[in-house]
Design a protein around this ligand. Structure first.
Ligand code: DC
Length: 217
């Protein structure tokens, strides 16, 4: 039996982290936030004073960097970067790092090793169901209205709703138009709109679908 993998993809602010973390807890499965890995590379790139657009230098950082990641923390080369990877500087630079194919290749390998080590898990990102785990047990594509997505970011980090909405739209555009592993909805993914629903409702729905998949396989 292959390990159970739940792939959760979708644009920024659709509720991926909240839902994936709650779902993993509910199912007693491990949880991996792959966006935190792209953010961790970006954090280290900026800390070293490198340009996020310097393809070779950024690729080297991705290959060298050591991560210790739990469900709610990330240490980068021994430094707790949990808060710093959510800074506006990292937000602004991360899509350049995420469009670097050598970085993607390195992180993809680490994500696959993580699943082997944990014997399965709930994995959240942009290319999980499409590229990293195309054979995932269940693929979920989360969406939410632009208003709700901007409001969620503001509730978490503060700021102006209109400005955040513009920044989210720009990041979506870059994430879904990049050449390597763009954000896209797979035909075999279950689409769940989280706009006007509670975390519990969404977690129950996904958990229910997963159970039927496991029973029928
Ligand atoms: O989910 P997030 O906002 O933490 O993701 C940070 C960035 O990393 C985002 O711009 C998209 C990118 N990313 C990616 O390209 N592939 C993934 N599997 C996860 C995130």
């Amino acid at each position: 039996m292959p390990p159970t993998v739940v792939a959760i993809d979708g644009p920024a602010g659709a509720g991926k982290s909240t839902i994936a973390r709650a779902l993993a807890k509910d199912l007693g499965m491990a949880y991996l936030d792959t966006g935190a890995m792209y953010r961790g590379v970006t954090y280290e790139v900026l800390r070293r004073g490198l340009e996020a657009t310097d393809i070779d230098a950024v690729a080297r950082v991705a290959r060298e960097v050591r991560f210790v990641q739990t469900a709610d923390s990330l240490h980068v080369n021994g430094v707790d970067a949990t808060a710093a990877i959510r800074s506006p500087e990292v937000d602004a630079a991360v899509s350049h790092v995420a469009s670097n194919s050598a970085v993607r290749e390195e992180l993809r390998e680490r994500q696959r090793e993580w699943i082997v080590r944990h014997g399965g898990g709930v994995v959240e990102g942009r290319d999980i169901g499409s590229v990293v785990f195309p054979e995932a047990t269940l693929k979920v594509y989360l969406i939410a209205s632009p208003r709700v997505r901007a409001e969620r970011r503001v509730a978490q980090h503060g700021g102006d709703v209109q400005e955040i909405a513009t920044a989210i739209a720009e990041r979506d555009r870059r994430d879904s138009t990049r050449e390597d592993s763009p954000l896209r909805q797979m035909p075999d993914a279950v689409v769940v709109d989280t706009s006007d629903r509670t975390i519990l409702e969404v977690v129950r729905e996904i958990g229910g679908i997963l159970k039927t998949r496991i029973v029928s396989s």
